[in-house]
Design a protein around this ligand. Structure first.
Ligand code: MGD
Ligand code: MGD
Ligand code: SF4
Ligand code: MO
Length: 909
């Protein structure tokens, strides 16, 4: 018996899904973790009351999972393949690290990049950046190493919130867009499944808002858990959200009085009054080249930033101006006819009536009008609210988009429409409205508002990848060619993972004209990602992995990706290792705090077996590759999350020797304390271990970008995308100059005012290209989150499965009960869902709450190597979704849906 005195409660954090981090305490008895509890001490500062979700309660089982990899292993079977047994045998850390260091040192001797110019070392991390909160100082090792290809993707990015990431950040510093839920009264949620995906904080905020009377309208083909607890469900056809949103704009522009809109916001805070010339570009002042507006006070055209003008929002004017297009070409000069961008938009939207949309998205025109009018009625145009002593606009209406709406064809149009809907009533970045969470492409990354720096034409600066002749990058730095192909992906630390990451896989066998031949990385590090399950066309991905010469996988259990590894390294998992991270401020999914600071993850229990802390592994690799100095320098510069030297303290580590793990984190802790308290405190690791977190207030007014825009005299770059139209023409020229015509369909997406199309059509066309007849594949197969699972990251835990299996839909493929009756399918029957190229089988789960033409495969299952999960017998849509150029949009993303056939193959037992 363990004496009661040996019971401790240890504070730590959970960041198993992107909706975190959240805070918990773990009860430890006699050195064994026995219970997870909320961190009640953090209840006052954490926006979810210091609570965690069921996934965090799974951490105890995660630690003691009998299927963990607990020693380093090496492959003994040189043949790699899904059907090949890797023949992993335990080896010592010494042997494992020597194997890896030998490969790395050989690379350093030959050169970091290969004959194509691509890094010989690649590294892939999964789930939306969450691994970074678990991998200690590994980023410092990568920084010391030099060129690394971090763009061999899994499902994150291109299957995720991709258009939102790129456009959201471009327009309003919103890597993720959220409603200002605590104040919002009317929310249109297009496939944002927040009750499953929003984490503790999101769910808490939404439940309070609904209790308060916020009306949430859930627009999606299947009645998700979020739809089920919304006021209204609008079951539209998959991939038709743009039509729905365009029709909402139409109603507001063409069926509502102008006075219902926020004319002042449009005129002052957006590019709406800018005059657009005959060629579609802004009309500019001949001398200063600034865009012109029509000043109603003087009755003349004036540059947009002249003080004291009153911009005309609508109309056409003849003005003396210059119109310049791509590559600085002068298209027209002299007396030119210009119309305001707003007028252009109004004309552009004239045809997108609710009746037109009804035919596309299968929602009655009257429902569309009802939603548009309710949105306007709730917008409170003209009202203000006081926050932190500042008077701000109050616009309690918002639109949010979920993952399939957000990426692939139609993603741009949906993001544009959503953001225009906010600007029409002045609800962008103001209390109650549509707001951003954080930045990942703009800098500085830790200060969202600070990143809103003045740029050209009165808009915010955004570092687009250059498209001019001199600076366009003809030679990509990594295999997915984000710098060459995707101006909006920018070129920061996150850009590689936000490029078209499927290209790295697709182009291995056939690199299209103009790009250097895509090569296999010589060493590939993988951690907390499982592309063989989470990406598209998973069978082909697995085959390609089998050709990688040397794969080092940090392994928690065996899985479908580390099945192809050469070396498995057991990392000390969540409750066994050490790291300090930033918490609070504003962060996705709905983490909006009134505090900010740091939290520590600490070894609650000793690592099991030979599992090692990531920081120790990173230090060893640095030492064995002769990179100690650069590694420590990177840590000093902030690669462990906090620069060790700031204006208040200097906790820098000497670079002449390798510091021990605790020495590193002690320094990080002291720098963090100093930063937080402006030098008043410099608590070390022991203090943080005891307290777990420290915060200081974060002003709520900083949730909103609007005050910064006003302060800096900036306008939101909406509705008219003049810059992007120009960039598209330039990119097209550069590509064509290099014989690259395979991006022409994507180039059409660069439009100043996007046209709405049938965005489902490309998927139907693919059926034909695969040799099928569209009529034989009448169903859409879509996917949705499960609240209990974090992607496929915790599928190996019996306790999580037990909870999830009590929630409808987890055991098979969901289909409409009426459809099932027509096809003679009963609950539990084995069904086959197929494309012309692949098929999956699973149990039929019958529901009323799904469109008759839609099937749903929840989560990402279909595992064949992960212990426990491989026996679930639940299929994955990823075996059916192809990876193709014609399903890739201009930002380089695709979407998680596919056209399929359906038949019964076996009666339920
Ligand atoms: N069908 C379908 N596919 C999807 C999606 C979908 O909705 N449906 N969503 C897509 C999206 S949006 C995303 S972001 C991606 C996410 O996809 P990925 O980032 O690839 O995530 P996972 O599949 O969860 O892979 C995580 C892996 O890490 C392992 N792991 C868990 N904990 C630890 C640990 O402590 N240490 C180590 N070493 N390994 C650990 C798990 O065993 C698992 O193999 O998936 C995409 N794929
Ligand atoms: N518990 C948990 N939370 C998570 C994650 C997790 O794995 N587990 N993953 C995190 C990550 S990386 C992400 S990207 C987010 C994803 O967060 P969400 O986007 O909120 O999540 P999903 O449930 O995948 O979104 C799918 C919803 O979109 C609907 N849908 C599918 N196709 C369409 C369409 O064409 N139009 C419309 N309107 N709706 C459609 C589906 O019916 C479903 O309800 O969740 C994050 N939070
Ligand atoms: S919502 Fe995500 S980060 Fe928060 S406790 Fe649950 S799994 Fe952990
Ligand atoms: Mo994601």
């Amino acid at each position: 018996m363990t004496p009661v005195a040996a019971t401790r409660k240890v504070p730590t954090y959970c960041y198993q899904c992107v909706a975190g981090p959240d805070l918990l305490t773990v009860k430890v008895q006699g050195g064994v973790a026995t219970e997870v509890e909320p961190n009640f001490c953090a209840a006052a500062v954490h926006p979810g009351g210091g609570k965690v979700c069921v996934k965090a309660f799974g951490l105890i089982q995660k630690t003691y999972n009998p299927n963990r990899v607990l020693t380093p292993m090496k492959r003994t079977n040189p043949r790699k393949g899904r059907k090949e047994d890797p023949g992993f045998v335990p080896i010592s850390w010494e042997e494992a690290l020597t194997l890896i260091a030998d490969k790395l040192n050989a690379i350093r001797a030959t050169g970091l990049t290969d004959e194509s110019g691509y890094p010989r070392v690649a590294a892939s991390f999964g789930g939306g950046g969450t691994p970074q909160s678990y991998m200690g100082t590994f980023p410092a090792f990568l920084a010391a190493w030099g060129a690394v290809d971090m763009g061999l993707g899994s499902g994150q990015g291109v299957k995720c919130y991709h258009s939102e990431h790129l456009y959201g950040e471009y327009w309003h510093r919103a890597f993720i867009v959220s409603a200002d839920t605590p104040l919002c009264n009317y929310l249109i949620s297009c496939g944002s499944n927040i009750e499953a995906s929003g984490g503790v904080v999101g769910i808490w905020r939404h439940s309070r808002a609904r209790e308060r009377g916020m009306k949430r309208v859930q627009v999606e083909p299947h009645l998700s858990i979020t739809g089920a607890c919304s006021a209204q469900w609008v079951p539209l056809k998959p991939k038709s959200d743009a039509a729905f949103l365009f029709a909402l704009i139409h109603v507001m522009l063409h069926e509502s009085p102008r006075g219902a809109l926020d004319l002042e916001f449009l005129g002052r805070r957006t590019g709406s009054p800018y005059l657009v010339g005959p060629h579609g570009y802004f009309l500019r002042d001949r001398a200063s080249r600034k865009p012109l507006v029509w000043d109603t006070l003087t009755g003349s055209a004036r540059p947009h930033d002249v003080p004291g003008i009153a911009e005309a929002l609508e109309g056409g004017y003849e003005v003396d101006a210059i119109e310049t297009g791509a590559d600085g070409e002068v298209l027209a000069e002299g007396l030119l006819c210009g119309q305001t961008a707003f007028t252009r938009m109004a004309q552009h939207m004239a045809g997108y009536t609710p009746e037109w949309a009804a035919g596309v998205c299968d929602i009655p025109a009257e429902t569309i009008r009802q939603v548009a009018n309710e949105y306007l009625e709730h917008a409170c145009v003209g009202e203000t609210i006081e926050i932190d002593g500042k008077t701000l606009p109050y616009r309690p209406v918002a639109v949010t988009l979920g993952k399939t709406v957000n990426n692939g064809w139609g993603g741009y149009e949906c993001c544009w429409a959503r953001t225009v809907l906010a600007t029409l009533v002045g609800a962008l970045e103001v209390p109650g409205g549509t707001i951003g969470t954080t930045v990942r492409l703009a800098r500085p990354m830790s200060q969202r508002l600070e990143s809103a720096k003045p740029g050209a034409d009165g808009f915010m600066h955004f570092q687009l990848n250059p498209t001019d002749k001199e600076h366009w990058s003809a030679r990509p730095n990594i295999r997915n060619a984000y710098r060459t192909m995707v101006p909006l992906a920018s070129d920061g630390p996150w850009s590689q993972a936000l490029g078209p990451t499927h290209f790295s896989w697709m182009f291995l066998d056939a690199t299209p004209t103009g790009l250097p031949r895509v090569t296999l990385p010589e060493v590939w590090f993988v951690y907390r990602t499982n592309p063989a399950i989470s990406f598209w066309d998973t069978a082909a991905i697995a085959d390609k992995m089998a050709r990688f010469p040397f794969v080092v996988a940090f392994a928690y259990t065996r899985d479908e990706t580390n099945h192809f590894a050469d070396v498995l390294l057991p990392d000390a998992v969540d409750l066994e290792s050490l790291q300090l991270i930033r918490i609070g401020g504003t962060k996705y999914v709905e983490q909006f705090w009134d505090h900010q600071g740091f939290a520590l993850r600490q070894p609650v229990v000793a690592p099991r077996g030979e599992a090692r802390d990531f920081t120790e592994v990173a230090s060893e690799l640095a030492a064995r590759t002769g990179l100690t100095e650069g590694y420590v320098r990177a840590i000093n510069k902030g690669a462990a999350g906090v620069p060790l030297k700031n204006e208040h303290a200097d906790a820098s580590l000497p670079t002449d020797h390798l510091p021990a793990r605790d020495e590193i984190w002690d320094a990080v802790c002291r720098a963090a304390s100093a930063e937080l308290t402006e030098g008043a405190e410099q608590h070390g690791l022991d203090w943080w271990k005891e307290h777990g977190l420290a915060t200081r207030p974060f002003p709520r007014s900083e949730w909103y970008l609007y005050p910064t825009m006003v302060e800096r005299g900036l306008r939101f770059e909406l509705p008219y995308q003049e810059r992007l139209a120009r960039v598209g023409v330039e990119l097209g020229r550069r590509l064509h100059e290099n014989g690259m015509d395979w991006w022409d369909e994507q180039l059409k997406e660069y439009q100043a005012l996007p046209a709405c199309k049938d965005f489902g059509a490309p998927w139907l066309a693919v059926v034909e290209k695969q040799g099928g007849s569209p009529a034989a594949y009448p169903f859409w197969l879509i996917t949705a989150r499960s609240m209990q699972y974090a992607w496929g990251g915790n599928v190996g835990m019996q306790m999580i499965k037990e909870v999830a299996d009590n929630i409808a839909g987890h055991r098979g493929v969901i289909l409409n009960a009426g459809t099932a009756a027509e096809l003679g399918i009963a609950e539990g029957d084995t069904i086959e869902v197929a494309t012309p190229e692949a098929r999956i089988r699973g149990r039929a789960v019958l529901r009323q709450g799904i469109r008759p033409d839609t099937l749903l495969a929840i989560g990402q299952f279909g595992h064949w190597a992960t212990p426990l999960a491989k026996d679930f017998d639940v299929p994955s849509m990823n075996a059916l979704t192809p990876m193709r150029m014609d399903l890739t949009d201009a930002t380089g993303s695709g979407a998680d849906l596919v056209r399929v056939s359906l038949k019964r193959v076996k009666e339920a037992a």
